[in-house]
Write a protein that binds this ligand. Structure first.
Ligand code: PSU
Ligand code: MN
Length: 305
């Protein structure tokens, strides 16, 4: 495909039908600070490999979709400042301009499906922002989950968002939200948001079967698997709540809008909690990468009904 390059490792894996896990790059460019962002990106790739699957970190470089980044490309992204954050709206336009950009969950799903990758691991998804009734700020990630047939593993959504509205929006769009061995919707740093998770599965092959059945039923869209952060790394909701409230208030006071909102809130929360939330972040992304790799392996085994 002339608009896409695959690393030799990813191209070989896809050609032989091996398990591949897509990884996003906005978490590297806009979600975590240098130099931890690079360490995390590498650790996540290693976690996928550990389970016997091939990682494919996705970005746009020189106007082309790059699926699988070499060491230099990954470090270049991690060091970059002012790089474009690409979602569904910007992907084609930035490619037309021949530019670079990191891909959000939405854009990574689009590129993954194009490459034939069915499973994707990240930290947290975008969702319905607090105050959305006024701001109309709802992440394109939710619509993408409704349209693009990729199973996305995350640790729930951060409480920088309005979590009840995010769950409602997912239900409206027909996106299955599957708790991994839990009944509770996880809130990123905390294992339990206090909200019920609509669905629960306890085995990777169940998730793989549901993915295949959606296709067989003619249902567009993917699945959202929510995987609670490992207990040892958890930060209780009560501890993080005041930090989030302050970040949201500051964003509002400074009139932050559009695609700057999520990076702004993530940076404020990271600053305010120093090391701790970073460590939690690393632990949960690795945990998600391992589960996504096992789901990718299960998808290989799962016949198309
Ligand atoms: N939420 C997180 N960490 C992240 C993001 C969201 O906890 O890094 C990133 C993801 O790339 C996600 C994007 O797709 O932010 C959503 O941005 P927006 O809200 O502007 O759609
Ligand atoms: Mn937004």
């Amino acid at each position: 495909m002339t608009m896409m390059d695959q690393s030799p490792e990813v191209a070989a894996a896809l050609a032989e039908g091996a398990a591949v896990v897509a990884l996003e790059s906005t978490i590297v460019t806009h979600g975590l600070p240098w130099p931890r962002n690079l360490e995390v990106a590498r650790a996540v790739e290693a976690a996928v490999r550990d389970q016997g699957a091939v990682p494919a970190t996705i970005a746009v470089l020189g106007g082309r979709i790059q699926v699988g980044l070499d060491a230099g490309q990954l470090e270049g992204l991690a060091r970059a400042t002012g790089i474009a954050k690409l979602s569904r709206a910007d992907l084609a336009a930035q490619m037309a301009l021949g530019g670079d950009g990191s891909t959000t969950v939405a854009a990574t799903m689009i590129c993954a499906r194009l490459a034939g990758i069915e499973c994707f691991a990240t930290g947290g998804i975008g969702g319905v922002h607090r105050g959305a009734a006024q701001s109309f700020d709802v992440s394109a990630d939710l619509d993408e989950l409704a349209e693009t047939a990729v199973t996305v593993v995350c640790a729930g959504a951060k409480a920088i968002l309005d979590l009840p509205k995010t769950l409602e929006a997912l239900e409206t769009r027909g996106v299955p939200v599957i708790g991994w061995r839990t009944q509770a919707f996880p809130a990123f740093w905390s294992r339990d948001s206090g909200l019920a998770c609509p669905l629960r599965m306890d085995a990777e092959d169940q998730i793989a079967r549901a993915h295949r059945l959606r296709a067989a039923l003619g249902l567009a869209g993917g699945q959202l698997v929510v995987n609670p952060i490992p207990e040892a790394a958890e930060i209780p909701g009560a501890e993080i709540a005041p930090v989030i409230d302050a970040a949201v208030a500051q964003a509002e006071a400074e009139g932050v809008s559009g695609k700057e909102v999520t990076p702004f809130l993530l940076a404020r929360v990271l600053d305010a909690t120093r090391g701790r939330s970073l460590e939690a972040n690393v632990a949960l992304v690795e945990n998600n990468a391992r589960l996504a790799a096992r789901i990718a392996l299960a998808l290989q085994q799962e016949p198309r009904p």
